[in-house]
Design a protein around this ligand. Structure first.
Ligand code: GAL
Length: 679
């Protein structure tokens, strides 16, 4: 049965899991025994293991050994620490790649990948798929009745390092995908891809090849989008084969995967196959400490938009370092603040990458809970504290979803991939979602990412930044949202491309013109806004624009609320509003900016009572609400360096102490979770 994805779905986990990825294959028996003690003392109730241990588990083809993992699982199990196992297919062993060099991936330059790193094997290789099924089967069979193994992660961060492959197996698999997609009709493919352009007409599927950028010039965008879809289909099939084996071995296991990366449709079968999605979180990839809280929050809310609440199989637990870089070191209490942030935004379980920093290999400076010298220090102490708190907090959180008043359209891989095929030098839909998100985040609104086919019912305003690719099936949901009183903001260029990634034949905004009440009669790129400035005049405001302009023809029942100033555009309609019942559609003939958002927010405030979560949200205080029909939890997080008073908070009790609270004082990096008293 197809599950309906929604940003509001909880994971349905019955336990809040708290722990770390753990690599027993790196450590001796004495250290492992001590590890179990220390994990238990930090209230860990889970570890994740084996995602890179294929060479241990199957040292020679067809010979399996499980002793190390059996022993580790049992030792941890005695301390009530459960295990999530992984299929180890991100790192096939050397005997495999030595015997079958053709399983190695080939990049767009024709270079074959080598053994010695990871993600080097191709998901379309029949040989690799056989080995993947075999190791999965062997592990699943061995652990089917082990009471301490509670679930699985498939592979590890599929497509994290690179997703394109152009090997012979991929050529064959791409054709298989296309034959299926086009019902074996090469004419249908030619029509969909517009192959009349530049003499591309194919006579049979055998002639079709994977597209490569700049070999020598620009490829066909329709072909390229189908290639990205093929990558998603291919990796989904690869994962599906593992999931089937795991589910057959023990239907009680949950199955997840740690994403999220390029060219995988996480709203499609890939996630339908899982119990819930996993999201790995490393906020320190953002090197700007002031921007980091909002980029961290955006990545979480974006992850939730695919299918709902998630597990975090890996969250930053120290400075991350690979050969070319080393992150800032998290300051005292920062790890805990980030953990609470992740939980606030939808994590129903969390693990910290990783238990102990490894002294060897490509990630010897990727620091974990414990340092190289195995001495527990402040990071470990922070986990101990957090672990204790989660014993109380965990059960309260499960089953709740994150409140969203302001929705920004995000999380559609087709839309993102279509942009990648033809960016025109414009910011991507995801970057623009980030801009909108950050605007509201900084001002203390309950903002979240929501797909246009999702439940929009709770939203006071819904903003679709600039989704050139647009599926007509989303239209009725948007119409219903507006008819029921919602405010919909549609950014320029939306719905200008069809699902094949070709430009629509209708006047823009294509299928949205009736709902928006406008037609775009001229558009243009703003390449040098400093030399040829344009602005839009609103009754009380003038806003300068960037990137793009559109001149709008207004249909009946629609009003221009902003008009162009500059060049040949003077007084021409730029922004419109069409009221429908209690709701409204605002069409914006340019790229969104903070000033424009301020204006639309004022409209939503007047029409819908949209407001920040508190009348006055102090600077650097992040507020997130998780709720369900029974309860409402407010997370207050001090992201700043100053102690801060938060006034005017709704009445509630501190979840951890049970004491009533009506005002708050938060030290730097301090967090507080308050359960509201419902009158
Ligand atoms: C993740 C990956 C881990 C580790 C970590 C730190 O992307 O799943 O295996 O590499 O990043 O780089």
């Amino acid at each position: 049965m197809t599950k309906k994805h929604s940003h509001k779905n909880p994971t349905h986990l019955k336990t809040f899991y708290f722990g770390a990825p753990y690599y027993p294959e790196h450590w001796d028996a004495e250290t492992r025994a001590q590890d179990a003690e220390r994990m238990a003392a930090a209230s860990f109730n889970v570890v994740r293991m084996a995602e890179f241990a294929w060479d241990y588990l199957e040292p020679e083809e067809g010979t399996f050994r499980f002793d190390l993992f059996d022993e580790t699982i049992a030792t941890l199990g005695e301390k009530d620490i459960a295990t999530i196992l992984c299929t180890p297919t991100a790192t096939p062993p050397r005997w495999l790649t030595y015997a079958h060099p053709d399983v190695l991936r080939v990049n767009a330059d024709g270079a074959r990948m080598q053994h010695g790193s990871r993600q080097h094997a191709c998901h379309s290789s029949l040989v690799f798929r056989d080995y993947s099924r075999n190791i999965t089967q062997a592990m699943a069979k061995h652990y089917a009745d082990n009471p301490h193994v509670i679930g699985w992660q498939t592979d590890n961060e599929l497509n994290c390092h690179f997703s394109e492959c152009h090997c012979d197996s991929c050529q064959a698999a791409f054709r298989e995908f296309l034959r299926d997609k086009f019902n074996n009709s090469i004419d249908a493919l030619n029509a969909a891809w517009g192959t009349a352009f530049w003499a591309q007409t194919y006579r049979s599927f055998n002639e079709v090849i994977t597209p490569k950028v700049a070999k020598p010039a620009y490829p066909n965008p329709a072909q390229q989008l189908d290639y990205f879809r093929f990558i998603s289909w291919n990796v989904t099939r690869f994962q599906h084969e593992q999931v089937e084996i795991l589910r057959a071995a023990n239907p009680g296991w949950f199955v997840t995967h740690n994403g999220t990366f390029n060219h995988i449709d996480y709203r499609g079968t890939f996630t339908q196959d899982l119990d819930f999605l996993g999201q790995d979180i490393y906020p320190f990839f953002d090197h700007d400490p002031e921007h980091r809280p909002s980029s961290h929050a955006f990545s979480l809310d974006h992850a939730r938009a695919w299918s709902g609440n998630f597990m975090i199989p890996e969250q930053q637990s120290g400075p991350g370092g690979q050969a070319p870089y080393l992150h800032d070191t998290p300051e005292p209490d920062e790890i805990r603040r980030m953990a609470v942030t992740s939980i606030a935004h939808g994590a129903d379980s969390i693990m910290f990458f990783r238990w102990r920093t490894c002294r060897f290999g490509a990630e010897e400076y990727w620091c974990g809970v414990l340092d190289h010298d195995n001495v527990p220090r402040r990071r470990y102490e922070e986990y101990q504290k957090l672990g204790q708190e989660l014993n109380t907090l965990g059960p309260e959180i499960l089953g709740t979803h994150v409140r969203v008043d302001v929705g920004v359209a995000a999380a559609d891989m087709d839309v993102y991939d279509a942009h990648e095929t033809y960016p025109l030098g414009l910011p991507s839909p995801k970057a623009m979602a980030g801009l909108v998100y950050t605007y509201y985040f900084k001002r203390g609104y309950a903002v979240g990412c929501v797909h246009p086919s999702d439940d929009l019912g709770d939203l006071k305003i819904y903003i679709i930044p600039h989704w050139a690719l647009f599926h007509p099936d989303w239209l009725p949901n948007l119409e219903a949202y507006v008819e029921n009183g919602g405010i919909l903001v549609i950014g320029a260029r939306t719905a200008t491309k069809d699902w094949n990634n070709n430009v629509v034949a209708e006047t823009p905004p294509g299928v949205l013109y009736r709902l928006a009440g406008v037609k775009v009669i001229e558009y243009g790129r703003q390449n040098a806004p400093d030399k040829r400035p344009l602005s839009i005049n609103f009754p009380k405001l003038k806003v300068s624009t960037q990137h793009w302009y559109e001149v709008l023809d207004i249909l009946p029942h629609t009003a221009a609320i902003g008009r162009w100033e500059g060049r040949h555009l003077n007084r021409k309609p730029a922004v419109t509003m069409k009221k429908i019942g209690q709701g409204a559609v605002i069409y914006v003939g340019t790229y969104l900016t903070e000033s424009l958002l301020t204006l639309f927010t004022a409209i939503a405030e007047e029409m819908k009572g949209l407001a920040p979560l508190l009348e006055k949200v102090p600077e650097n205080i992040q507020i997130v609400v998780r709720e369900n029909d029974e309860k409402c939890l407010w997370f207050y997080i001090n992201d700043g360096d100053r102690p801060t008073n938060v006034g005017g908070i709704p009445r509630g009790v501190n979840v951890l102490t049970g004491y009533p609270l009506s005002q708050l004082y938060l030290s730097p990096k301090e967090t507080r979770i308050v359960k509201l008293i419902r009158e």
